[in-house]
Design a binder for this molecule. Structure first.
Ligand code: AMP
Ligand code: GLY
Length: 420
């Protein structure tokens, strides 16, 4: 089969790599891909906002199905558009993608179906929000509605910080804002929980713990993710059952009652407080870097799994995992998540990887057989091992050998399971 992957990050390189070893897949296109996907697939330089060009290329090249990596095209309705042209796509449609595209949509679903989440209010005017904030306990969480690329969430310790956040959001820092969300601060530990669905049935797709903050010790600004490990240290059967019964199943039921059938990966960002799960947010895709961390643990053929979802036959497909643990460290451009330089050369020619060691490209591009940085998060080193500590030691050794002077990375990924 021929498959196309939409996106250009580490997540898409990992998907590409595991489809490449699939018995089902003969040819892979990446729209637009990166220097890593270029080594195993055909990269197609195409504007991801131009659905018509993607459709034409897919039909002209007789691609059997597409997989959409990032949220933006999903929220913008790429699945609806392509399906109208009889193209098979793995990913949720526009209505289902509101789970990530609109925090208020998700909060209302939580309210209507008793899904545990932080208490919240929606505010349409600055003064209404400010009046409410006078009476709140701190810290408090203030969120812009809509996509904000991992930003747009403020955890305010004081009333004046909170008022500033409200002003920034209403003044358009994350795009036009008609409303904001103010919610209770949940004090617990985060966990990323994944399922895969074909719109008819669903199956669990693992757990991971992401490190979103830029500096060691989980300090500094939020980023897209500086590293992750899987499984989450919080995972156990009792908690899994609670997450399924209290969060996942009511969500899918709530969507179905509105005639929305969820197809794709679904990522629940949870806060676990005293062994009880609360939904913080949904993402309508795999996490990045969680995807890179999880896929090496998947024993089942990824191509077979996704094509069974495309055919609505997930129920017949058994998903098997390796027992090992997995850990990912992200190499970033210096300055990220603020300003950083692009187009800095990387030398990866001397890097030799052993079995269970993976180097996924994220923000890279290749010109005349040379590799250059092309984004804030540049490389992901992932190691599968029976011990998290061994995995991290090996990942750090590889990063040290890469010795990219424009880069930095956290050396403490998974510290809670390794160092504490
Ligand atoms: P979100 O974009 O909604 O995932 O929020 C970004 C990050 O803010 C989350 O990963 C959490 O670390 C934090 N956060 C969001 N909502 C809350 C909350 N209600 N209580 C505590 N932390 C939160
Ligand atoms: N790693 C967080 C995300 O993919 O949103």
């Amino acid at each position: 089969m021929k498959v196309g992957i939409i996106g250009s990050g580490g997540r898409e390189h990992a998907i590409c790599k595991f489809l490449n070893i699939s018995d089902k897949i003969d040819k892979i296109y990446c729209f637009p891909g990166n220097a890593g996907t270029k080594q195993i697939a055909e990269n197609i330089e195409i504007d991801l906002e131009n659905f018509e060009n993607i459709k034409n290329f897919t039909l002209n090249n007789k691609i059997d199905f597409l997989i959409v990596g990032p949220e933006k095209p999903l929220v913008d309705g790429i699945v609806d558009y392509l399906e109208e042209h009889n193209i098979k796509v793995f990913g949720p449609n526009k209505l289902a993608s509101q789970l990530e595209g609109s925090k208020i949509f998700t909060k209302k679903l939580c309210e209507n179906f008793n899904i545990p989440t932080a208490k919240f209010g929606v505010f349409y005017k600055i003064d209404e929000a400010e009046n409410f904030l006078k009476k709140c306990n701190y810290p408090i969480v203030i969120k812009a509605d809509g996509l904000a690329a991992g930003k747009g969430v403020y955890i305010s310790e004081t009333n004046s910080e909170a008022n500033l956040a409200v002003k920034e959001i209403f003044n358009g820092k994350f795009g036009q804002a008609k409303q904001i969300l103010i919610e209770e601060f949940l004090d617990g530990e985060e966990m990323s929980f994944f399922i895969i669905s074909d719109g008819i049935s669903y199956k669990l797709f693992g757990t991971a713990q992401d490190h979103k903050r830029v500096f060691e010790g989980d300090k500094g600004k939020n980023t897209g993710g500086m590293g992750a490990y899987s499984p989450s240290r919080l995972e156990n059967q009792d908690l899994n059952n609670k997450i399924i019964k209290k969060i996942i199943e009511p969500t899918l039921k709530g969507l179905k009652e509105n005639d929305i059938y969820y197809k794709g990966f679904l990522y629940a960002g949870l806060m676990i407080v005293n062994n009880e799960p609360f939904l913080i947010e949904y993402n309508v895709r795999m996490g990045d870097p969680e995807c890179q961390t999880l896929l090496p643990k998947l024993k089942t053929d990824l191509g077979l799994l996704i094509s069974s979802c495309i055919e609505g036959k997930l129920i017949d497909t058994n998903i098997e995992w390796f027992e090992d643990k997995s850990l990912c460290v992200v190499m970033c451009s210096k300055g990220y998540p603020d300003k950083y330089k692009n187009n800095v050369e990387l030398n990866l020619f001397n890097i030799e990887l052993e079995k269970n060691e993976f180097l996924f490209h994220a923000g890279t591009k290749s010109i005349n057989n040379k590799i250059y940085s092309n984004g804030g998060r540049v490389l992901n080193v992932v190691i599968k091992s029976n011990k998290f500590k061994t995995a991290r030691d090996k990942a750090l050794k590889i990063l040290k050998n890469i010795n990219w002077l424009n880069g930095f990375y956290r050396k403490d990924i998974a510290y809670k399971v390794i160092d504490e």
